[in-house]
Design a protein around this ligand. Structure first.
Ligand code: ARG
Length: 563
């Protein structure tokens, strides 16, 4: 229920639109002064009256509505006191309905989300957690807002490294060992190649030739290249399943091989291409950026060339409303360059391409780095989190049913939540102890609160459906009011998170909601009360139950029914 909307629709101010009034009404921090307030200072000039007079006048002319108990004009402010019974009654009825928080604002519009976008034959390490978790959550948030969403895994499946991998495989590879060892086994021979290459330049030359064969479509080259891809995807798909993320397209860099020429031709014909040391570039000096590299002197295309082709392909195929790229902020310049080139080509949709940047993850124990060889594999982080969750369950609740399943949900959930908890642009330091602390602002805390609501609802049995008039006086305490207000906020939180591409808005809200519920739970008897007074408290419990489950699902996190 949008109380501000109800209030603004009842207020008429000459020369001020309803939307403007809406935007000016604020929720007050101090409920002694009312629940909502409209400052009247900005109208003084236009109406040629003092703010105090205006507030008085608005108060007199306010039509009144069920939700408002009282209106007061105080020092140029118009303050509204909400009737908590009416509010709780309608908010809780709404919040307990299927799909609470869904919206249709995105109806008929398509959003592309390029996320995760892993590199073939490379480790899926903890650095990919951010893009995978944030992208996966935006996918669900935007769907809930009614958008058609296309999830794209822009695979890093192009480049000379695949030539190297073929040479390495022919020299030291063992088919069976690689099928069993997966990407880690591929990494091993790849690293060996790099070591040997330093003293044997002939290897580099061989690798170059094999990559050229991939480009020319040589049968054996393609077959091996495809095999590397299958091995990688098989492995990452297991992780995607655990993280609850899905993709609609795996069109990676190699997909754009035959789609770059038209873009290059258009750039030429519009006079945007410059030749510098034999390479083709777009000069961006005028815009304070280094040039965008299109084709190297040896004829090889680049990452940016493929991104230009991909942007056109996405526009032509999906006719997107927005096209998001969930990629680390290290690539800020790359996307600025690509979007600028699209704009210089005269595409008005270039403004709809958005780099959704996020920060770095480091481990509390010390920063991770691929170069030093101490890669932190995401699957191993997930496994350790699950292992630790198992220990905690063993200590706290050894009699729990389905322990393994619960531990998987707690462990994986904790890791996902850690990537979604803070504003995405922030760098984070990951620590297992921190993310699995049941008392902190963590995922286990949310899951625990959910389990608590379950246990209340289970104990209550069918009381919630009793045919008896609920007495909403049982929801008049400050804690109750606070809780109802938060429950009411859920739809606007989702809208805000989706609009700002910021899942942390939802994460933070869920923590607030769980804290408010736990305060309410500790401060109120729920079950040993008269039935009429129980029912509203059960309604509130049920609403919290549904929101935590739905909210965590939007973050890609499962909830155990018991903990
Ligand atoms: N594969 C790249 C990397 O791991 C990310 C690709 C992001 N998407 C894109 N369209 N450039 O750095």
């Amino acid at each position: 229920m949008d109380v501000k909307k109800i209030l603004s629709s009842q207020l008429n101010i000459d020369g001020v639109s309803q939307d403007e009034i809406y935007a000016m009404i604020t929720e007050t921090a101090n409920s002694d002064l009312g629940d909502f307030s409209l400052p009247c200072f900005r109208f003084a000039k236009a109406l040629k009256k003092s703010p105090v007079q205006i507030a008085e006048q608005l108060k007199e002319s306010f039509g009144g509505c069920q939700i408002v108990k009282e209106v007061r004009a105080v020092n140029g402010y118009l303050n509204f006191f909400v009737d908590n019974t009416v509010l709780a009654y309608s908010v809780l009825a709404e919040a307990r309905q299927e799909n609470f928080g869904a919206s249709e604002v995105g109806k008929g519009k398509t959003v592309c989300i390029d996320y995760s976008s892993i590199n073939i034959a490379k480790p899926f390490h903890i650095g990919h957690l951010g893009t995978t978790a944030i992208g996966g959550s935006l996918y669900k948030l935007l769907k809930k807002q009614g958008y058609d969403v296309v999830g794209i895994n822009h695979l890093g499946d192009w480049g000379t490294q695949f030539g190297k991998l073929i040479v390495a495989y022919d020299l030291w590879g063992d088919k069976e060992k690689i099928e069993q060892g997966g990407v880690e086994a591929l990494q091993e021979i790849y690293v060996k190649f790099h070591r040997e290459e330093e003293t044997n330049p002939e290897l580099t030359e061989q690798a170059r030739r094999w990559f050229a064969k991939i480009e020319q479509g040589d049968e054996r080259a393609l077959q091996l290249f495809g095999w590397f891809k299958d091995i990688t995807l098989k492995e990452v798909n297991k992780i995607y399943k655990r993280l609850n993320v899905t993709f609609d397209s795996y069109a990676g860099e190699s997909f754009y091989n035959d789609k770059m020429q038209p873009v290059l031709d258009e750039l030429e014909s519009k006079g945007l291409v410059k030749v510098s040391d034999g390479a083709k570039i777009v000069d961006l000096e005028e815009y304070g950026m280094s040039p965008c590299l299109l084709v190297k002197a040896d004829g090889a295309t680049l990452y940016a060339t493929r991104d230009l082709a991909a942007a056109y392909y996405r526009k032509n195929t999906y006719d997107f409303y927005k096209s998001l790229y969930v990629v680390a902020y290290q690539q800020n310049l790359h996307f600025k360059q690509v979007f600028k080139v699209l704009e210089l080509l005269g595409n008005d949709w270039a403004k709809d391409c958005i780099h959704v940047a996020y920060g770095m993850v480091s481990l509390a124990e010390g920063s991770m780095s691929t170069r030093k060889g101490n890669v932190v594999w995401l699957s191993k982080v997930l496994d350790s989190a699950v292992e630790k969750a198992k220990q905690i369950i063993h200590d706290k609740n050894p009699a729990l049913k389905d322990k393994d399943d619960v531990a998987e949900k707690i462990g994986v959930g904790a890791v996902i939540f850690s990537a979604l908890q803070n504003a995405r642009i922030k760098d984070i330091t990951f620590s297992l102890d921190k993310v699995l602390n049941f008392e902190g602002e963590t995922c286990p805390y949310l899951q625990y609160t959910y389990a608590r609501t379950n246990s209340v609802l289970n104990k209550a049995g069918n009381a919630i459906n009793a045919r008896i008039a609920p007495d909403f006086d049982s929801l008049q305490s400050d804690e109750s009011k606070q809780l109802v207000k938060l429950i009411n906020k859920y739809p606007s939180v989702i809208a805000d998170a989706a609009e700002k591409y910021e899942p942390s808005i939802l994460s933070k809200y869920l923590i607030d909601l769980a804290q408010a519920y736990n305060k309410f739970y500790i401060g109120h008897r729920i079950l040993d009360e008269e039935l009429s007074r129980q029912i509203p408290r059960l309604y509130a419990t049920d609403a919290v139950n549904k929101i935590i489950k739905d909210g965590l699902a939007l973050l890609g996190i499962d909830v155990p029914e018991q903990m």
